[in-house]
Design a protein around this ligand. Structure first.
Ligand SMILES: Cc1cc2nc3c(=O)[nH]c(=O)nc-3n(C[C@H](O)[C@H](O)[C@H](O)COP(=O)(O)O)c2cc1C
Length: 163
């Protein structure tokens, strides 16, 4: 069922720290997904957007640098094992989509999962590299012991659906 972004009844990002989501993308040749616990949705530059934070060491980062399209997949209960796998292993080392135990769907530039409850697809419209000096609250540095500051991708909402 197609989803009107304004009609999203629950806040998908509420409790994301505990429920997690999958960020997926393809560069046309390779597709990959990784688990994410940080991100949000809102309005920027008068557009409906979602944003995600990806560290440069992720294989997903490499793919995101070669595409303009990202999907977010949100799941109901019962997929902890699959999301843990996708959040602990790298697509650089193995074909995670084949091994994760979920059913990947590739539709044009969108990669998502058949088991997802809600899927959002967006077009990357801005990228921002977080730097140490941007962390006004210096205690946030504890998230970066290796100084691998995130790249923040802001994506304009293109379509969403519930399955
Ligand atoms: C619960 C959870 C949340 C995560 N959130 C993020 C995140 O928001 N950003 C990020 O860069 N990595 C995050 N990760 C780590 C990546 O999912 C993990 O490094 C993954 O193996 C990267 O896969 P890739 O190399 O195939 O892209 C998270 C991992 C877990 C388990």
């Amino acid at each position: 069922m197609e989803l009107d972004v304004h009609a999203l009844k629950e806040n998908l990002f509420e409790d994301l720290n505990h429920r997690w989501m999958l960020i997926s993308a393809t560069d046309g040749e390779h597709a990959n997904s990784m688990t994410a616990g940080w991100g949000g949705m809102g309005v920027m530059w008068e557009r409906d957007v979602f944003f995600i934070m990806v560290r440069p060491c992720r294989y997903t980062y490499e793919i995101l640098e070669k595409t303009d399209t990202v999907t977010l997949s949100f799941f109901g209960d019962g997929y902890r094992k699959e999301l843990t796998y996708l959040g602990r292993n790298s697509g650089r080392d193995e074909d995670k989509l084949a091994l994760c135990g979920l059913t990947p769907v590739i539709e044009g530039k969108d990669v998502y999962f058949k088991e997802a409850k809600t899927v959002l697809s967006g077009r990357i419209i801005a990228k921002m590299d977080l730097k140490s000096e941007h962390l006004v609250d210096e205690t946030l540095e504890r998230c970066y012991p290796q100084k691998d500051y995130h790249r923040i991708y802001v994506c304009e909402f293109v379509r969403g659906f519930e399955q």
